[in-house]
Ligand binder design. Structure first.
Ligand code: GFB
Length: 430
């Protein structure tokens, strides 16, 4: 560390680490100039929007602790741009790639938890040559198949040879790898290493080597587990994920117009600053029942838990009657035919789904519309979700933050008439 500090202060030259370099006492070309250290990550391509939001929490908590422990460096998270998601299917609005986090989330709220920057800011501030930004290292996390086969799990963080042809990174010259990099052709990496990994996100600290690397990317970050799942720290990171204020405005306007629901009437008001929130369970919610009715790939992937439309309608009718509510809000990826079928079964009730205007869809894309549905659902008097859907989990978390009684939140549609299993009640910790 002393050598390194001298390198910065004394502006001495130091060697560029070669790709097999494992020692900590050399520093990269860029590291001579500043103490900025950038962490980047990406997630397995097929994973959906809401699992990705969970991966952010794992990384954010990791960086929060890193900042406390490694004070010689200025750590920043580069937010991985959104895009190319399997579920984002609206074709007529153009490509849904390289979308910034600010489209969906309030960056200043995220900033109150850890320092974050968008990728375009990173590309502006990180040294580049001939318009090429070369990261210092990419670590590709890989599951240890053996552990999954034997069921004997133990922590592992082992550099292995990258011999899998399906990997997304390819060496094109000495110390230059190309790869997907969210579709940015001007990003490359000096070094790519594969790691057989099993453990918590914080176990990746040993791979950071801030005396060697200034920009460190982890691919397949979903493999690293939560350090503090469900703890106060977890919930702080989660609470920092406030949505873009325009999405709240659109959802609130819809609630007011169609569901007779406002934060004032429903006791769901929150301070603008999430750090000023208090844990009080006194939310009442708007006078409507809300359901997350997950269809499409869930019909194929989860046939034993996803009910028919007729069965869902019957469960919803029972709950509407029990709660003496007349309105049902449906957050769903169902086809129009399925939604019409549901409405037919519930013809004595007002059954609504959010239909986005062309403006809203072209500006906020499928991800923004999904969030609007989530906001409306999270303000209902009572919520019923889809078993094992991460989309449902995020609504439940929002309701926990808003302060609903848990019995109004942790409910699921059942496949048949038998009582459903519970996914557990992941209650907020303040
Ligand atoms: O978010 P997500 O990972 O949740 O994927 P699951 C579901 C996506 O489908 C959302 C759309 O991000 C939305 O784009 N979607 C689902 C919805 N429900 C709604 C809804 O109510 N309203 C709107 N507007 N959009 C996992 C996937 O999905 O399911 C995995 O992540 C895999 O890749 C697995 O497919 C079977 O956890 O529900």
């Amino acid at each position: 560390l002393i050598n390194f500090t001298q390198n910065i202060i004394g502006n001495e030259f130091c060697d560029i680490p070669d790709e097999h370099e494992e020692t900590n006492n050399k520093c990269s070309v860029q590291s001579r100039y500043s103490q900025n250290r950038y962490i980047l990550y990406d997630v397995n391509p097929p994973e959906g929007f809401n699992l990705r939001r969970d991966v952010f929490i794992r990384v954010a908590v990791f960086i929060k602790n890193l900042i406390k422990q490694e004070k010689d460096f200025k750590w920043q998270l580069v937010l991985p741009p959104w895009g190319n998601l399997y579920h984002w299917r609206s074709k007529h609005i153009g490509y849904q790639t390289q979308l910034p986090w600010s489209l969906f989330f309030d960056i200043s709220s995220l900033q109150k938890y850890i320092p974050v920057i968008e990728i375009y800011q990173f590309l502006q501030e990180y040294p580049s040559e001939n318009n090429e930004t070369r990261l210092d290292v990419v670590y590709i996390l890989q599951n240890d198949e053996e552990m999954f086969r034997t069921g004997k799990f133990e922590d592992k963080n082992e550099i292995i040879e990258c011999n899998d042809k399906s990997l997304q990174f390819h060496k094109v010259e000495s110390e230059k790898y190309i790869g997907y990099f969210w579709g940015y052709h001007n990003i490359t990496s000096r070094v790519v290493k594969c790691i057989k990994f099993h453990g918590m996100t914080s176990d990746l600290k040993q791979n950071l080597k801030p005396n060697v690397y200034r920009s460190i990317m982890f691919d397949h970050m979903e493999i690293a587990l939560h350090d503090f799942y469900g703890t106060k720290e977890y919930w702080k990171a989660r609470r920092s994920m406030r949505y873009n204020s325009e999405l709240y405005n659109i959802a609130n306007e819809y609630r007011k117009t169609f569901l007779n629901s406002t934060n004032e009437y429903d006791n769901t008001e929150r301070p603008d600053d999430w750090t000023k929130e208090k844990g009080i369970r006194n939310a009442v919610g708007g006078p409507y029942l809300s359901v997350h009715l997950r269809r499409r790939d869930f019909l194929i992937g989860r046939p034993s838990t996803v009910p028919t439309i007729q069965s869902a309608a019957s469960q919803l009718k029972n709950k509407l009657d029990e709660l003496q509510l007349k309105s049902l809000f449906v957050a769903t990826d169902a086809t129009q035919e399925e939604f019409s079928e549901l409405k037919q079964y519930l013809s004595n009730y007002t059954v609504l789904r959010f239909i986005s205007s062309d403006y809203v869809l072209s500006k906020f894309k499928d991800g923004g519309v999904a969030i609007i549905d989530q906001i409306i659902s999270s303000h209902a008097r009572y919520f019923i979700g889809t078993y094992e859907s991460t989309y449902t989990f995020r609504i439940q978390e929002d309701r926990e933050i808003i302060g609903f009684p848990t019995r109004t939140t942790f409910n699921y549609l059942c496949k048949g008439t038998e009582k459903c299993d519970s996914n557990g009640q992941w209650e907020i910790v303040w």
